[in-house]
Design a protein. Structure first.
Lengths: 107, 115
């Protein structure tokens, strides 16, 4: 699993069977300083998380297993949990600078 | 499996997939054999051995192996065993020493603190 911040939501009406009702989020993976690392991804979001939230996500085959109903679907990233706090080398990296948050941190 | 330093803890409350309930999540930094950072994105791993921040550990990153471990309960893990659980990154070993090309490159007693 990796650490990421939710940056937005995505709507796709026409999609593969088995994926109906699965919400999609845009997420930005983070490094050990809480800074963006690499490209943003689209991930399935079965939990109630929204833009600005810190989350962890799983990739690969397990991403489909993390869905509640249909688990044989073409999915390669799924949000697995909401992160309340994360420490790295003694630093709390949970809170980004307000300027770095989407919409200034507003939902 | 890969070598990593445990650099932190992840506190995830009740908003998470059920497979993770009751399990400890650790933030780990993948390393090269000589102990320098591998330059990869940090991973969040399920603790399988009671590791803590500062420990150098062995991490498995394969789903079937991970599910076997969680199902077996032989590593003293808490939480329910889960078939087809969406888990794959698990701390499975504590590193006591590393010898690379005839030279001891890691010894927990003399290792430098995390930075």
């Amino acid at each position: 699993m990796y650490l990421a911040r939710v940056t937005g939501r995505l709507v796709a009406t026409v999609r593969y069977r088995g994926l109906d009702g699965v919400k999609l989020s845009l997420i930005q993976p983070l490094d050990e300083y809480g800074a963006p690392d690499g490209e943003q991804l689209v991930a399935c979001a079965t939990l109630s998380v929204g833009p600005g939230d810190l989350v962890h996500f799983i990739d690969g085959r397990e991403a489909a297993l993390a869905l509640p109903d249909e688990t044989f679907v073409p999915v390669d990233a799924t949000i697995t949990g909401y992160v309340e706090q994360v420490y790295a080398v003694g630093r709390d990296i949970s809170e980004p600078p307000a300027a770095a948050r989407p919409n200034g941190g507003k939902r | 499996m890969f070598l990593a330093d445990v650099i932190g803890t992840v506190v995830s409350g009740t908003v998470q997939i059920p497979a993770l309930n009751g399990r400890t999540l650790l933030l780990v930094r993948p390393l090269k054999p000589d102990g320098s950072p591998a330059g990869k994105r940090p991973r969040i791993a399920i603790d399988g051995i009671g590791a803590g921040v500062g420990d150098r550990v062995l991490v498995i990153d394969e789903g079937n192996s991970g599910r076997q471990i969680l199902g077996a309960h032989d590593l003293g893990m808490t939480g329910p065993p889960l078939k087809d659980a969406p888990v794959k990154t698990i701390v499975v070993g504590y590193v006591d020493s590393i010898e690379l090309r005839g030279e001891v490159v890691y010894d927990p007693a003399t290792a430098a603190p995390l930075s």
